[in-house]
Design a protein around this ligand. Structure first.
Ligand SMILES: Cc1ncc(COP(=O)(O)O)c(C=O)c1O
Length: 393
C-alpha cells in the first residue's frame, strides 16, 4: 500500500480499507453548492438515470411477472440470460458462446472476481493512466497493487509502450476500451503488442457500443485477439442505460486449456456470491432487446453535444480533444491555473460543474472532463458559459 493511498492507519482494521475517504475539494464544493440551493449546470454526471435517459415503463414491464419470484441459483446466471448476452456482445468481434459468459451484479464485482482469479495478495496488475479511477480502489480492496502505464496524446491517444514495466508479480494487463475519459479505442497493433506480454488481458468495454470519432485500425473489442486470454467486461449500465438494475458480465476468450481452467475457477468464485438478483436476470433478455432504441437515443445526444462543444470552443483558448468513443469529452484549458483551480472557479463563478482531470490521474496541462450525456440544452448553455469565463481570464 503506497503512502498516497494509505491515509487512515489503524491496527484494528485492514490496511486495504484505510484509503482516503474525505471528499476532494471539487466534490466538496459541488455538494455545498447543491446544498445551498444554488443554480447548477452539471456537466459532470455520467448517470443516465439523472439525465433523462431511461426506458421508463418499458424497463418495469418484464418485472411484473410471477417468474421473477423463482430462484434457481446458477453460478454464471441462467442460460436464457447468457444466451441473450451472447447474441448482443460484443457488437463487433467474435461471438462468445453462453458457456463463456459470467454474469455479475456490476462491473466492479466482475473486476473483483477477476482479481481473485488471477492474483494473490501482493501481486500487481498493469493499469492505464489516465483512466477510470476505480481501478485503483478495486485492486487495493483485493490486496493487489497497480502499476500504471501511460497513455500519451500527440493529436491522438496511444499507449506509451516504453512505460509498461512488468515485474515478477505482474499478473494481468487492464485496458478500458474505449478509455474513460480519454475516449480512445485500442489500435489493433496495440492489442497485438499487449498480447505479446503473455499476460491475461482484462478489457473494460462498457462504452464500446458508442463509437464517435473513430480512427482507422481500431479494435472494438479485445476479444478480437485470436490467442490472448481475454476477459471482456460490459453491462446494462451503459448498454441500455440501466445502472440501477445491477447486471454486468465477463466474456471469456482465449486458448481452450487456459479458458477452461479460468471458467472452472470463476465458477467457484461466482457460486460463493450469487449476487445478481433473480428479477433482473429474468428481465435481462427483454431489456437487451430495447438496445437499438436506447442506444439510438444516447448516440444522437452524444453526437449533438459533441457538435455543440466544438462550436462553443471554436476561436477560444480551449481545445476539445478528439473523442473516439464513450460518454465523455476532454477540454484542455489554458495552463494559467491547475485543473482543480479551473473546476472550483467555474463552479463558483458560473455554476458549471466539470470533473478536473486529476480525478483520472492526468498530469501535464490542465484538462476538464465533460459528460456528453448531459441534456442538450444544459450542455450548450453551460459550454458557452465555461468558454466565456475561461476566455475572459
Ligand atoms: C470504465 C467504466 N467501467 C465500469 C463502470 C461501471 O459499470 P457498472 O455500473 O456496471 O459497475 C464505469 C462507470 O462509469 C466506467 O466508467
Amino acid at each position: 500500500m503506497t503512502e498516497k493511498h494509505l491515509v487512515h492507519d489503524n491496527p484494528r482494521f485492514s490496511q486495504r480499507s484505510g484509503l482516503e475517504r474525505d471528499p476532494n475539494p471539487a466534490s466538496a464544493k459541488l455538494a455545498a453548492h447543491v446544498a445551498a440551493g444554488k443554480r447548477l449546470r452539471d456537466l459532470s454526471s455520467g448517470n443516465p438515470a439523472q439525465v433523462g435517459l431511461s426506458l421508463g415503463e418499458l424497463s418495469l414491464s418484464p418485472l411484473s411477472n410471477r417468474a421473477v419470484l423463482e430462484y434457481e441459483p446458477e453460478a454464471f446466471g441462467p442460460l436464457r440470460a447468457r444466451e441473450a448476452i451472447s447474441r448482443e456482445f460484443p457488437e463487433h468481434g467474435p461471438a462468445i458462446p453462453p458457456d463463456q459468459i459470467v454474469i455479475t451484479a456490476s462491473t466492479s464485482e466482475a473486476y473483483s472476481f477477476l482479481l481473485k482469479l488471477l492474483c494473490d495478495p501482493g501481486d500487481e496488475v498493469l493499469v492505464p493512466s489516465p483512466s477510470y479511477p476505480l481501478l485503483e480502489h478495486l485492486s487495493r480492496f483485493e490486496s493487489v497493487a497497480t502499476r500504471p502505464y501511460q497513455l500519451a496524446y500527440d493529436g491522438a491517444w496511444h499507449i506509451d509502450f516504453a512505460s509498461i514495466v512488468c515485474g515478477p508479480r505482474t499478473r494481468a494487463i487492464l485496458v478500458v476500451n474505449p478509455n474513460n475519459p480519454t475516449g480512445q479505442f485500442l489500435a489493433k497493433d496495440e492489442l497485438d503488442r499487449l498480447a505479446d506480454f503473455g499476460l491475461p488481458i482484462i478489457s473494460d468495454e462498457v462504452f464500446s457500443s458508442y463509437p464517435l470519432e473513430l480512427g482507422p485500425g481500431r479494435a472494438r473489442s479485445a476479444l478480437e485477439h485470436p490467442d490472448a486470454l481475454v476477459f471482456a467486461l460490459s453491462g446494462l449500465s451503459k448498454l441500455v442505460a440501466l445502472p440501477q438494475m445491477k447486471l454486468s458480465w465477463i466474456a471469456v476468450s482465449g486458448p481452450k486449456p487456459a479458458r477452461t481452467e479460468a471458467l472452472a475457477r470463476l465458477e467457484l468464485i461466482a457460486d460463493a456470491f450469487l449476487s445478481p438478483s433473480a428479477p433482473s436476470l429474468h428481465a435481462l433478455p427483454t431489456w437487451l432487446r430495447a438496445r437499438p432504441t436506447v442506444q439510438g437515443l444516447i448516440h444522437g445526444r452524444l453526437v449533438r453535444n459533441l457538435g455543440a462543444l466544438t462550436r462553443a470552443v471554436k476561436n477560444s483558448p480551449i481545445t476539445r480533444l478528439p473523442v473516439e468513443g464513450g460518454w465523455y469529452a476532454l477540454l484542455r484549458l489554458p495552463a494559467t491555473k491547475t485543473d482543480e483551480e479551473w473546476a472550483l472557479e467555474l463552479l463558483e463563478k458560473t455554476g458549471v460543474a466539470v470533473h478536473p482531470g486529476y480525478f483520472f490521474d492526468f498530469d501535464g496541462p490542465p484538462h476538464v472532463v465533460v459528460s456528453l450525456i448531459t441534456p442538450e440544452e444544459e450542455l450548450s448553455e453551460a459550454a458557452n458559459l465555461l468558454v466565456d469565463y475561461v476566455a475572459a481570464r
